[in-house]
Write a protein that binds this ligand. Sequence first.
Ligand SMILES: C[S@@+](CC[C@H](N)C(=O)[O-])C[C@H]1O[C@@H](n2cnc3c(N)ncnc32)[C@H](O)[C@@H]1O
Ligand code: SF4
Length: 419
Amino acid sequence: MASRGVLCCRLLDRHNGTGGAIAQLGKLFARCANRKFQRYSSATHKENELELGDSTSAAANFAASLKTGSTQELVSPRSRRQRLNDSDIPFSAFLTDSFGRRHSYLRISLTEKCNLRCQYCMPEEGVKLTPRGQLLSTSEVLTLARLFVQEGVEKIRLTGGEPLIRPDVLDIIAELRKLEGLKTIAVTTNGMNLARLLPKLKESGLDLINISLDSLVPAKFEFIVRRKGFHKVMEGIDKAIEMGYNPVKVNCVVMRGLNEDELLDFVALTEKKPLEVRFIEYMPFDGNKWNFKKMVSYQEMLDRIRQQWPSLETLPSEHADTAKTFKVPGFKGRVGFITSMSDHFCGSCNRLRLTADGNLKVCLFGNSEVSLRDVLRSGASDEDLLQIIGAAVGRKKKQHAGMFNISQMKNRPMILIGG
Ligand SMILES: C[S@@+](CC[C@H](N)C(=O)[O-])C[C@H]1O[C@@H](n2cnc3c(N)ncnc32)[C@H](O)[C@@H]1O
Ligand code: SF4
């Protein structure tokens, strides 16, 4: 793992007295900012100003800091370094933000495409797809993954879009498996291709599976995902159990008037099957027509389940867990709640996201992004990439702006982020 101090010195050594190189890095940053401006041209003027404000000042700081020989302001404010010195276990400063959060979990979106059209994830008319050449190639995904793992990422989740429709998904998993230090490789899938691919996924080294399923009623499933396929998903879930994945996590986005009446049926499913059914609060993203009234809060869900099973037990949670987990005594499986809306878990957030077109997103609900693809394609070194990653992580906010603000904010549709 490269220490930030050492890398900064190396970078400065290399660029000392070379105004051209400094200007080039500054331009590189500005180019990324411009691309972002083009992509989000539908954002309001104020939002664009905010976005550009972030990136361009970072670009200017970056170039200036190289000139003066001080990278402190951009990548390593004193308080940030102090926290790092205080901690017992060393961790990459590039992946540690100014609130001391260590980002050891990377979610990589492998594709913007999907074989379903879930109402809560994408608009009915679909989304404008990024041209193929602008998506990360297999080797770019692996180069970036390797860099993050070298810096301390221990868990990578492949998502999308639907990750299992990407033809090279097995190769990607097999290559990730070779990365020393990477403890867990997970996939979030809609389950449509799962039963068929599972033996090969397991052979390639897949550790964990989350399968999305929002209804146990086939007709309602089709209504929510706007496609057929209920039985394929159920087959995928059973196959995952049969192949020894335990627990198999089932993601269920709960929406009022749609599937909230199935809460108890989903809990009942955990009686005989080693599932962790995770009820997810409905979140706002571009094009999904989110509305506060459609959201069923964690507390409301819990109350309803407790009426049926008053003995529901709380299970202990780990520091960076996003789910609050419970178990009905005697049941094989358990239930969890992802409370991003009513009780966010920003304080212990350890996640970073890489979109299929190569943007690093430090917060699911923030619209600030930086293109690692452009940096990579400009021929930048690992050190240059780390500087840019470190600067983005350093700008990560303490917490998201609250559910009403994020519902007004310009963000990508979920399918283009990678949940
Ligand atoms: C975007 S999907 C991508 C992976 C895969 N296609 C799938 O559906 O599992 C990842 C997860 O995000 C969840 N998700 C999508 N839109 C959401 C929303 N508006 N609120 C809460 N969860 C959402 C999905 O239910 C899914 O579990
Ligand atoms: S939630 Fe997953 S399956 Fe549904 S549309 Fe989004 S990416 Fe596709």
